[in-house]
Design a protein around this ligand. Structure first.
Ligand code: NDP
Ligand code: MG
Length: 383
């Protein structure tokens, strides 16, 4: 059997780790023909040697480094502007697991490839919306969402021809589900990146703590599944055993359960027939015993309601939420603003924009970049 050729953008991150730990056990089935990082070249060097990967992408170029020492026999593509060249190295499956919105242009190139794309990066779906999905359709590129909730809804919708009333994505509630709102302003970076269930990169961990992540996921679901936002529900479920469910017109429910490990959604991409043994991910429900569900406390976590309003505004707004959020999360990680400011300043920035500017209903990518420039110059950071 011909091996499946993989290209992994963001191979050195947390999703990259999960992908490679599956590939490591199934070398007979997969080649890794390309992998990228931002700055972590030591890890990329080790991985590219382990998987005998010939094509390397490095986003941040440092003129003082001797790259040939780390990658003696590899072809290296430097900076994001060259990353798209990796697509054309006889690739079957592309995994986009770079974090953040700096990859908007790259994501558009990827969905023009006609390949199968495992899409972990939710920021590009939120920012580009239909631009991304329509381009993929036009070029017959199959997008498989790797975000666990969306992957579960994707599988449920594919396996059910029933009339769907709503879909529901679950949320663990993050590290501050039970913390008092009064204590939110003193939350420290180390607490915010310490997720109770998932081990993820810093940016998405902070997003989970503010629940902006779930807000982004509502927008992600709207575009991926072409649904009205009022058909997308969020339910807090701290155990993260049910990742998503669809409710049919007759109010019967199909849910997707698994051990909370990103190898499960990734296996839907790499082993679509589920012919893979993950013995260590056996779900022992008798041991778990209890599954809890709660509504969102909107006073503590206004981000989901805000994201729903943003989707209803449409046009430039989802990108604005996403782009401003990334800047604010970085400021929080660098201890320049406090935890509550992340969402409050985001809302204030969008209010400021829409007070003076009108929306563009169907923005082009240039409109989106112009809006980002406006945010760079005008982001609200307090009076
Ligand atoms: P990590 O921070 O762990 O990894 C990010 C990866 O992207 C690393 O390889 C990093 O390289 C690279 N990278 C970061 N910034 C840039 C840049 N500007 N240009 C090029 N490469 C860059 O993130 P995660 O793996 O946790 O998340 C990746 C994406 O998947 C995110 O969009 C996230 O929302 C999504 N996702 C993640 C989940 C998870 O469980 N982790 C679950 C659902 C979605 P380097 O190592 O050199 O810094
Ligand atoms: Mg998710």
């Amino acid at each position: 059997m011909k091996k499946i050729n993989l290209l992994i953008y963001g191979a050195t991150g947390s999703i990259g780790d999960s992908v490679l730990s599956i590939v490591r056990k199934h070398r007979e089935r997969f080649n890794v023909v390309g992998m990228t990082c931002d700055k972590n070249i030591k890890k990329l060097s080790t991985l590219s040697n382990e998987f005998d990967t010939k094509n390397i992408g490095i986003a941040t170029y440092n003129k003082d480094l001797d790259y040939k020492k780390y990658f003696p026999d590899k072809k290296i593509y430097f900076t994001l502007s060259e990353f798209h060249e990796l697509i054309y190295k006889d690739v079957d499956i592309i995994i986009l697991a770079i974090s953040g919105a700096s990859i908007l242009s790259l994501s558009l190139e990827i969905v023009k490839s006609g390949r199968i794309v495992g899409l972990a990066n939710k920021e590009c779906i939120v920012s580009l919306g239909n631009i991304l999905l329509d381009t993929a359709k036009l070029h017959k590129t199959k997008i498989i969402p790797l975000d666990s909730e969306h992957n579960s809804i994707y599988q449920l919708l594919n396996n059910n021809k029933h009339s769907v009333r709503t879909i529901t994505i679950t949320a663990t509630g993050g590290p501050f589900l039970n913390k008092k709102l009064d204590d939110f302003k003193n939350i420290k970076v180390e607490e915010a990146i310490n997720h109770p269930v998932w081990n993820m990169g810093e940016k998405i961990s902070v997003d989970s703590a503010t629940m902006v992540n779930k807000g982004l996921e509502v927008i992600e679901a709207k575009y991926l599944f072409d649904l009205e936002v009022n058909k997308i529900n969020v339910l807090v479920h701290p155990q993260a055993i049910i990742h998503g469910f669809i409710t049919c017109k007759d109010n019967s429910i199909f849910s997707f359960m698994s051990y909370p490990d990103m190898q499960i959604p990734i296996s839907n991409l790499l082993f679509p027939n589920k012919d893979v043994n993950f013995d260590d991910l056996y779900l022992d429900l008798a041991k778990i015993q209890t599954l809890n569900f709660y509504d969102i406390n909107e006073k503590k976590f206004p981000a989901i309601k805000y994201a729903k309003e943003v989707v209803s505004i449409g046009g430039l707004a989802p990108n604005g939420l996403n782009y401003a959020n990334e800047k604010l999360v970085n400021l929080f990680l660098n201890k320049k603003i406090n935890f509550l400011d992340i969402v409050n300043f985001n809302i204030a920035t969008m209010d400021k924009f829409f007070a003076k500017n009108s929306n563009i209903e169907k923005p082009t990518i240039e409109d989106i970049f112009n809006f980002n420039k406006w945010i760079d110059e005008n982001i609200y950071l307090g009076d």
